[in-house]
Design a protein around this ligand. Structure first.
Ligand code: C2O
Ligand code: CU
Ligand code: CU
Length: 839
């Protein structure tokens, strides 16, 4: 007798011999005992479910319906049972593809007679998941090798828990993350809650398979391989048929983080179904609290926008000063500039609520960051004078130049000393920049004001501008966005910059005041035409989610390293520290006299703050919280998200205002496709790679509990007095160590992964890179452009490719959250055989 039922039914145990009989749902207190379970993966529909005894003999069988199954009456006599699910079909959670399961493949679980009885007594039901499948094989294998059933179970459970559950918990670093590390994954205890976790991990398996660029149905093969890997008692790595080595524990952990991040993002955007929300609730996530915070953050931003849309006191946007070639000769293919870094340049900070003076560090005593416009193909000579009292350098961020000229920490320029940087500019037009890169003090020097813009031009760009296919001239503006913290009290009208005066600043320096070209909340008068902006996030640690206050579309025409082959229309763009884009805004839709603001939307990609929404887990000691829209607090614009001048990453911000003040006929028609000669149009694919093994960069954090780095597991006792560590591939920076060796003229695929709860902008020197995929999904939109900095979200894995032709020497790769970099989230890679490091 076989009955299927969808609903959970409470069951009772009649005798020591387990009688498994079917029943109808909702039939009240007189339900006969049945044994029920769930095939969590998928869930799998119409799978054949067989209950086998310890001799492998089929005792009874049934068919699953949307994952649920019920066995009819059986006498339990065997020491253990294996419940196997084969065949059927399911919708893969990661790809949404329908998977028909081969009749010989499927999932299984193993339960002892006692466990089956307990399931009935405690009103549980059995869960059949990818984990239980591996578990079953491990138990059977141990017994084959002579272990007792009891011992085999203990060691297999421990192994699965250690390799698949504990180390992969995305919330491990939070106090209170007990559910994921305890509880029995073979059964659902208590039913609802454990199923939520089991389901979450089953879905993560799909993510992992997708992220490994395998077909959904390959999940069963991966399970087999991983089982084989674990048979010796540890996870050493599996080899895929294409030769790739995969550590399943870390691949799975990444996928779990990715799933968690995707889920909270969907929640934020209102894209979760009621069932998905319920599952999250069961996992301890305060769904309503999160929704309320999101709504509040949006409201706060709207209030800021409403206020500043009508404000009459906004300062006028500064146009950054452009330096000119010192010999004045534009035809000689040579450009010469001088940059002197000096301290204590008195800068007037203009704000909507009055001005003050701040001593800053600047180049050439200029109160504003300077702009160099160089031309590709020309030789560059840059005379640098260090007038600081500490080593400094000029690093040419985004340039493809020999390492000896790249301004890394291995070529420091001492206080009072000078250095001549000379190189040929040999790459497509791009919004590049420059900044100091001394060992352990990059963050401070940039923060104090040393950073400049380098707009590299080339003939293609010039042609687009002269052909009126890109706005230019006074319709082409650099916007340098940086957040800062100023001393709250002015003394004689002077407010000093504060750097790392709060403990949390070690995790990334976040201020409460956003400067655009040196001013707080400036406005720019524009005509009702297309305008182009080179938008630079030159903040030490803040990520922005840039958008227009009315949510209008705008067009991205360039990324870090050059123009896009074709412009991409978006309604927001997330920029991590050091990322740049060029955008074109069409003001034609606005009436003359109207205004629109540039804002940063709340909760821009920082899971850290989202995780503080976890129910019962408490806050993150000032780290998280979506805060309100508290920025610009120095300008008196409210401070709900502020703790002593630190506005949480992800807080909504008002950035600047565009006042559509004049009417003009449009003369520009935006290009739709770059000429075929543009370098970006040259195809490059993974098959061009000369490295047979993709290079791996795994970013992680320690000190709050461990995500794949060292062995710190006291996740429940972490408090705020632990200093965090930031590492790549488990290693902190060593000035005398080269970590990666790239052959001269190589083309390499790099895998950049983030196994930590916050986003990190990974930056590599030497060349411009192209993104191939994110978590196995091919690049599209703005990801198709040249990039030197990649904001990698928690759990994300980005595959990039680069042609190292022309690069030579020792270059840096690092997180561009400058406090992470200074703390050691950095390494050297050598291109070619010779280098400077460790000599
Ligand atoms: Cu802009 Cu090594 O960095
Ligand atoms: Cu750089
Ligand atoms: Cu970082």
């Amino acid at each position: 007798m076989i009955r299927l039922t969808h609903k959970m039914i409470y069951v009772s145990l009649a005798a020591s011999a387990l009688l498994l009989v079917g029943c109808n749902s909702g039939s009240g207190g007189n339900t006969a005992p049945v044994l029920q379970g769930s095939v969590i993966k998928g869930p799998i529909d119409k799978a054949k479910i067989v209950l086998k005894d310890s001799s492998g003999k089929s005792v009874t069988e049934t068919t699953s319906s949307k994952g649920k199954f019920t066995f009819a009456s059986v006498n339990l006599t065997s020491a253990y049972y294996v419940i196997e699910s084969t065949g059927g079909s399911y919708t893969d959670e990661a790809t949404k593809k329908l998977v028909t399961v081969n009749g010989t493949q499927g999932l299984k679980t193993l339960l002892t007679k006692d466990e089956l009885q307990k399931i009935l007594t405690n009103k549980q039901y059995m869960a059949i998941t990818p984990e239980t499948t591996i578990y079953t094989e491990l138990v059977l294998n141990s017994m084959k090798n002579g272990a007792s059933l009891a011992d085999a179970i203990v060691s297999a459970k421990k192994l699965i828990t250690d390799t698949m559950i504990k180390d992969s918990s995305p919330m491990k670093m939070l106090p209170g993350d007990k559910f994921l590390q305890t509880g029995d994954f073979t059964t659902a205890i208590p039913k609802d809650q454990s199923e939520a976790f089991a389901r979450n991990r089953a879905i993560s398996f799909s993510y992992m398979v997708r992220d490994l660029k395998l077909q959904p149905s390959d999940v069963f093969k991966v399970l087999d391989l991983f089982t084989t890997d674990l048979k010796d008692g540890s996870a050493d790595g599996i080899k895929l048929t294409d030769g790739r080595d995969v550590n399943v524990t870390s691949a799975f952990a990444l996928s779990r983080l990715k799933l968690f991040n995707d889920t909270t993002n969907k929640l934020k955007n209102g894209d979760l179904s009621a069932d998905q929300k319920a599952q999250l609730e069961k996992m301890g996530f305060d769904v309503n609290g999160f929704a309320n915070k999101t709504a509040q953050a949006n409201k706060d931003l709207k209030a800021l926008v409403d206020k500043y849309m009508v404000a009459t006191t906004l300062p006028t946007l500064h146009v950054l000063p452009v330096m000119t070639d010192e010999d004045g000769n534009l035809a000689d293919k040579k450009e010469t500039y001088t940059l002197s870094a000096t301290k204590d340049v008195n800068v007037t900070i203009e704000t909507p609520n009055g001005n003050w003076i701040t001593p800053m560090w600047r180049y050439n005593n200029n109160p504003l960051p300077v702009v160099i416009k160089g031309h590709s193909g020309n030789a560059m000579t840059l005379n640098f004078n260090n007038k600081l009292s500490h080593d400094s350098t000029i690093h040419w961020h985004g340039f493809q130049i020999p390492a000896a000229m790249d301004g890394g920490p291995d070529y420091p320029v001492a206080p009072g000393a000078s250095k001549v940087y000379s190189f040929t500019m040999n790459q497509p037009a791009a919004p590049l920049w420059f900044h100091p890169h001394p060992d352990m003090e990059t963050g401070k020097q940039v923060y104090m004001g040393l950073a400049g813009v380098f707009l590299l031009q080339d003939s293609i760009l010039k042609q687009l501008e002269t052909n009126n296919q890109l706005p230019s001239g006074n319709k082409d503006t650099v916007l340098l966005v940086q957040d800062r913290r100023f001393d709250a009290n002015a003394v004689n009208g002077v407010k000093n910059l504060l750097y790392k005066n709060l403990r949390m600043d070690d995790d990334g320096m976040l201020g409460d005041t956003v400067l655009v070209n040196g001013s707080v909340l400036p406005k720019q008068d524009v005509s009702n035409t297309l305008h182009r902006y080179s938008l630079y996030n030159v903040s030490n640690a803040r990520t922005y989610d840039f958008a227009l206050s009315d949510n209008s579309n705008f067009t991205v025409v360039a990324t870090d390293g050059g123009l896009l082959a074709s412009p991409t229309t978006v309604n927001h763009i997330i920029l991590g520290p050091a990322e740049r884009v060029e955008i074109v805004i069409d003001f034609a839709k606005y009436n003359v006299g109207s205004k629109v603001m540039l804002v940063s939307k709340p909760s821009s990609g920082d899971m850290m703050s989202m995780m503080s929404g976890m129910g019962g887990m408490g806050g993150m000691g000032g780290m998280g919280g979506m805060g309100g829209s508290g920025a610009n607090s120095q300008a008196g614009t409210g401070s709900t998200g502020t703790t002593q001048g630190r506005v949480a990453n992800g807080t909504g911000l008002a950035i600047m205002r565009f006042d559509i003040s004049t009417s003009e006929t449009e003369s520009v028609t935006l290009y739709s496709q770059l000429p075929s000669t543009a370098k970006i149009n040259k195809p490059i694919s993974a098959t061009d790679a000369t490295n047979t093994k993709e290079r791996q960069f795994l970013m992680s954090m320690g000190g709050m509990g461990n995500m794949g780095g060292t062995n710190n597991t006291n996740s429940s006792t972490n408090t705020n007095n632990q200093k965090m560590t930031f590492v790549i591939n488990g290693k902190a920076f060593d000035a005398n160590r080269v970590d990666e060796f790239v052959a001269a003229n190589a083309t390499e695929v790099w895998n950049i992964k983030n196994m930590s709860p916050m986003a990190h902008p990974f930056h590599a020197h030497a060349i411009q890179y192209r993104i191939l995929s994110r978590n196995g999904i091919p690049a599209s939109g703005t990801d198709l452009g040249w990039k030197d900095t990649f904001l990698v979200q928690p759990g994300e894995s980005i595959r990039v490719i680069g042609d190292f032709t022309g690069a030579i020497g020792d270059y840096m790769y690092h997180c561009h959250i400058l406090e992470h970099e200074d703390a050691g989230m950095m390494g050297y890679f050598r291109v070619g055989n010779t280098g400077h490091v460790g000599k």
